[in-house]
Design a protein around this ligand. Structure first.
Ligand code: NAP
Length: 376
């Protein structure tokens, strides 16, 4: 349908709707109360209308975050961050109130591979290490052989691994020792562990722990693979947040989609077998990279469009109705689009509401409220 519409109405069309889904663990117990996807948890504290009702149960002491990417570290930090710091961010008031009552004091960030393979960046790790009122709790055995390997690592990975080694293995200076002694909250990486089953309480109602398979590594460096040893370990926890990556979803049967890689198959943003269709963002590359990576990737797609216009791969000579026909169709169907100027009204209201309570913004949490403001 989309593709047919592109042919009639516009010369080209670029899809950039991101990665709305998440990879699932595929283990028993995943549906128990107390298990959340990072996508939903992040959506909840960031004020995504669809996650407003999540109301995560934060009544346990230990939380396990599965995955060791930047999202996992974001989640761990939110769970442990002192309220005074959170209060001056744009976190929703709803999340702030729930976190004020939270009993979570220990967060374990679990990865299937080793310290040399963590997916987070040094910036995020540094923020975790420096988070006030927390101290690290690592397992020395996980770092066996890492010191010896560190000098051969590529530079960004080397600096990240050095920070991890320092945090896990070095005896800190007096000031840092004092800070750690006073800390009321604990975080730590757990390596070489894959989720096997979320364990339930005796009533089979909610999460009581997680069974982890113990892995060893096959190969070395970033491409090393986790291989099961056959041993397992149970960790007691009341909250499990699965942060093993996001996933794009197909939007329309007429647009090619690679279900295995969860991307729109493309070459430099040109959707394969669909002239006139382009893609950018996580839909194009999969859910990797920081904002700058995604931005540069989108510039590449724009470059492909310009090249195709110049080389006449795209026929720009034929006049097409473009947005006019789309507006007419929306009108006919009674759909009122939200324009940039409408969004600016929502932005202004959120900013005003935030200012009143010392925050950069206080977000509107329902689409109804947003539309009400937009249409004023
Ligand atoms: P990610 O960086 O891809 O990390 C995913 C983590 O999940 C990895 O540790 C991965 O381990 C693990 N994992 C994947 N499949 C697994 C499985 N089946 N079982 C166990 N573990 C599994 O994803 P992300 O943290 O969701 O972040 C997505 C992107 O957004 C990243 O590029 C990230 O940098 C970016 N981001 C950036 C920021 C920031 O800059 N502040 C904040 C949020 C997100 P393996 O390595 O073994 O696969």
């Amino acid at each position: 349908m989309i593709h047919a519409y592109v042919r009639v109405c516009c010369t080209f069309y670029c899809q950039s709707y991101g990665a709305e889904g998440n990879r699932s663990m595929g283990v028993p117990g995943e549906d128990l109360a107390g298990v959340y996807s990072a996508k939903d948890f992040v959506g909840w504290y960031n004020g995504l209308p669809s996650c407003r009702e999540l109301s995560p149960d934060l009544s346990c002491e230990t939380a396990v975050v599965l995955g060791q990417g930047n999202v996992a570290l974001d989640v761990a930090r939110i769970l442990l961050c002192p309220l005074d710091i959170l209060k001056s961010t744009d976190i929703t008031q709803l999340a702030l109130e729930a976190l004020a009552e939270s009993k979570v004091r220990r967060v374990l960030i679990v990865g299937r591979r080793g310290p040399v393979q963590v997916a987070c960046t040094i910036k995020e790790l540094r923020e975790m290490v420096n988070l006030p009122d927390t101290r690290p709790e690592m397992v020395a055995a996980d770092f066996e052989g890492v010191q010896e390997a560190v000098n051969d690592l590529p530079r960004p990975r080397k600096r990240l691994t050095e920070l991890m080694l320092k945090t896990a293995m070095e005896v800190p200076g007096e000031k840092e020792q004092e800070r750690r002694k006073k800390a009321s909250r604990v975080w730590g990486f757990r390596f070489f562990r894959s989720p096997v089953e979320v364990l339930s309480d005796p009533d089979h109602k909610r999460t009581a722990g997680i069974r982890l398979a113990i892995n060893m590594l096959e190969g070395s460096g970033e491409s090393a693979r986790a291989v099961l040893t056959g041993e397992v370990e149970d960790v007691t926890c009341g909250l499990v947040i699965s942060s093993i990556g996001y996933k794009s979803l197909p939007i329309d049967a007429s647009v090619p989609f690679d279900s295995h890689r969860a991307i729109v198959p493309n070459i430099m943003g040109r959707v394969q077998q669909a002239t006139g269709l382009y893609c950018s963002g996580w839909l194009k590359t999969g859910p990797t990279g920081v904002i700058a990576t995604t931005m540069n990737n989108s510039f590449d797609t724009a470059r492909s469009v310009v090249e195709d216009m110049d080389s006449r791969r795209l026929d720009v000579s034929a006049g097409k109705p473009g947005s006019q026909s789309i507006s007419a169709l929306l009108d006919e169907r009674g759909v009122k689009p939200v324009l940039f100027s409408d969004w600016e009204k929502i932005d202004a209201l959120e900013t005003r509401r935030g200012e009143a309570i010392g925050k950069p913004r206080e977000k509107l949490l329902t689409v109804e409220e947003m539309l009400l403001e937009a249409r004023k």
